[in-house]
Design a protein around this ligand. Sequence first.
Ligand code: PGA
Length: 252
Amino acid sequence: MNRRTIVVANWKMNGNLNLVEEMSKRLNQVQLDESVDVIVCPSFPYLATMATKLTHKNVYLGAQNMNAQTKGAFTGEISTTMLQEFAVKYVILGHSERRSIYQETSVEIAQKVSAALNSGITPILCIGESADQRTAEQTETILAAQLQPVIDEIGIEKFNEVVIAYEPVWAIGTGKTASPEMAQATHQYIRQFLSANNTEIADKVPLLYGGSVNAQNCEALFAQPDIDGGLLGGASLKVDEFSQICSTVKGS
Ligand code: PGA
């Protein structure tokens, strides 16, 4: 199965107008393998400016969160209809920071995934275990418990339009990347879990790895058969490194 390779930049609460300018300029020039897509997810205030600057046909704009409601009295929240006005094609949902700092549950995340799909925005659904959970050999149970509510909410067929990012919490922002073999084994498990519901869909879903990915380790990780690209935090804020990663990544 040939799946597209996807590189996502998750700026988190970092960056400024200067980075928007510099990153857009560089990405507009970047040479991408024809099966590679790049998605840049800056903070909300920068979406409008970035939407006017990105011109590369395979570089897309993404948001880092959204509300499941389309409008109403939800002070401080952002709806899918607002995101659509700024050419946002993707949205990161269920990032471990949203799950742990803002207590988002897998059921709430599933509702957001559904709302994103209903408005034509592709969800990038993040899942991953903590260090303690891995040590206790609970990784598979945790991943299944994060995925199942989404399957229950949208149905397995809709995963056709979902990107999944596996991000072990212990590898995020720590410099401790999962080894390519460990990441591959977990990605294989995720694909098998989906496959138990629908083999064809499981084969098609892009599975990204996230957690301390950088220019040195990305090639070995992305070369794994079940890893279809990455979700990058720290490295996505560095114009030279991020553009280098995008241009060296090969499609499957
Ligand atoms: P990191 O972040 O690349 O800085 O580890 C990844 C993420 O949290 O998406």
